[in-house]
Design a protein around this ligand. Structure first.
Ligand SMILES: NC(=O)c1ccc[n+]([C@@H]2O[C@H](COP(=O)([O-])OP(=O)(O)OC[C@H]3O[C@@H](n4cnc5c(N)ncnc54)[C@H](O)[C@@H]3O)[C@@H](O)[C@H]2O)c1
Length: 456
């Protein structure tokens, strides 16, 4: 065995799966000589994206791969996704009843099924990411985790600390910022780094459409705890998701950082909440604003402007752009990272100024899994957590600037002391919800100018 053995070498040498716990590196080069070469996958957070990520894992060209365990806080969510996955990929779903786990400690039981070097998918609301990542590292598992990876300063610092352990173990960790694996954006990024549009002076991004997913919430119905309500409608609650700003806007924010190849040093922002009740006059109780406009500043003084809006019957824009001293670029033409990406010789971006346009149509959600699985099979370095934390923090920085009405620096958000949901590693179904309604039946909403640099 070499000093840095692949998982195959280790398993051949020991003939024992259990002994693999001491493995110092988690490449998985395909196992022979009677040892199973299937990468086992557990899914923690069996909602829409969890089901999608599991399908991407099961569809990889770097198989064989099998889904062997599932965990969710709520039984109905687990059942729905199990049924869908079984329909779509029956041969690769091996999750009998005793490997389906429900509750707030279900994540541990699902990961306990896996062997070191297998893969866990973390697709709960982001508030739980550090809790689940911590356990995955202790089990020496490779990880795919969805964005955002944090929603506040304290958990961002915790994720960066935890990640040092993952790096020391050589774990492979993918983060669901799939723009980074969208081939048109990869090519655009290379061209921008090669100077094709000169020095970047301005990046712009927009996500403006009607209310979506759980951006708005009416008061909690009877028959459900407040905790369950807040988790099920996580886009409505800052502790659970960072609200629509973090959860919806992070992809476009991430593209701004990637194209500028830097994180901004500060942000100032505005925002408003115009419609506080539905058509029947029932008040919305979520913590989101309806509109956001952020000016991020990079160290060289260049700017990144981002606008977000969730209001019906308004002009829709959902795209991102860069402007340099020699021309401009469309990064995402439509949606989180929809192609084609383009480069233009001027700033009007008309057809006659087009210099390059991408042609690849491959699926970035599948691409990100091919990259992760390739790294696992072939023991290549792969850890996207730092990028994930930076994009999450810069999203939180813009959100906090709007919610407080203050200029927020990157250092301030990184070192901020307000942890929105402390103790999520010990939460149970009976725990109090992290935010409570007041005497008017409302959860705290941002009050710019009233609370210093606290969002609520
Ligand atoms: N990359 C992308 O384009 C993309 C797209 C959609 C969602 N996402 C991300 O994926 C994550 C999940 O989003 P979704 O749309 O699938 O939401 P969802 O509500 O459909 O799924 C979340 C699931 O996690 C479960 N859950 C909540 N807390 C849990 C806990 N503590 N332990 C176990 N299970 C728990 C919920 O019951 C639910 O089934 C979010 O972070 C979201 O931002 C990313």
């Amino acid at each position: 065995m070499s000093t840095n053995p692949s998982r195959r070498q280790f398993l051949q040498a020991t003939g024992s799966l259990a002994a693999a716990t001491v493995l110092p590196s988690f490449g998985f080069a395909g196992v022979h000589n009677g040892v199973d070469e299937t990468i086992q996958v557990a899914l923690v957070g069996c909602g829409g994206r969890g089901g999608g990520a599991a399908m991407n894992a099961l569809s990889t060209k770097h198989g064989p791969v099998k889904l062997v365990a599932m965990a969710d806080a709520f039984e109905d969510r687990l059942k729905g996704t199990f049924d869908n996955l079984t329909k779509a990929a029956k041969d690769k779903v091996d999750v009998p009843e005793d490997r389906k786990f429900v509750g707030f400690d279900a994540y541990k039981k699902a990961m306990d099924v896996l062997r070191p070097g297998d893969v866990v998918i973390l697709t709960t609301p982001p508030a739980f990411r550090w809790v689940h990542y911590q356990y995955a590292i202790s089990k020496k598992l490779n990880v795919f985790m969805e964005k955002p990876v944090t929603v506040d300063g304290p958990t961002s610092r915790r994720m960066l600390e935890l990640n040092k352990q993952a790096e020391a173990l050589g774990l492979k960790v993918g983060v669901g910022l799939m723009s980074r694996h969208q081939k048109p954006l990869q090519e655009l990024h290379k061209r921008v780094m090669d100077g094709e549009i000169g020095d970047i002076l301005l990046v712009r991004g927009y996500r403006m459409h009607g209310p979506a997913a759980y951006s708005e919430s009416l008061p909690k119905p009877e028959g459900m705890t407040d905790l369950e309500y807040q988790i099920r409608r996580f886009h409505s609650f800052l502790w659970a998701s960072g609200g629509v700003f973090s959860d919806f806007y992070i992809h476009i924010v991430d593209q701004g950082l990637w194209l500028k190849n830097a994180v901004p040093v500060s942000a100032q922002a505005i925002g408003g909440r115009h419609y506080k009740a539905n058509g029947e006059g029932v008040p919305f109780v979520d913590q989101n604003l309806d509109t956001y406009g952020v000016e991020y500043v990079f160290a060289d003084g260049s700017r990144f402007f981002f606008d977000g809006r969730c209001i019906h019957n308004t002009h829709g824009i959902y795209s991102s752009y860069a402007h340099g001293t020699k021309g401009s670029a469309i990064a995402s033409r439509s949606g989180d990272c929809g192609g084609p990406s383009s480069i233009f010789s001027d700033h009007n971006m008309a057809a006659e100024a087009l210099k390059w346009q991408s042609t690849d149509n491959s699926n970035p959600y599948q691409n990100e899994w091919e990259a992760l699985m390739d790294a696992i099979r072939n023991n290549k370095p792969f850890n996207e957590v730092k990028t994930g934390v930076e994009a999450s923090l810069v999203s939180s920085m813009g959100r906090m600037a709007a919610h407080t009405g203050q200029l927020i620096t990157y250092d301030q958000i990184l070192n901020h002391e307000h942890e929105y949901a402390p103790g999520l590693d010990t939460i149970t179904a009976d725990s109090p919800a992290p935010v409570q309604i007041d005497s008017t039946g409302r959860y705290p909403v941002p009050m710019p100018g009233q609370k210093g640099i606290r969002e609520y």
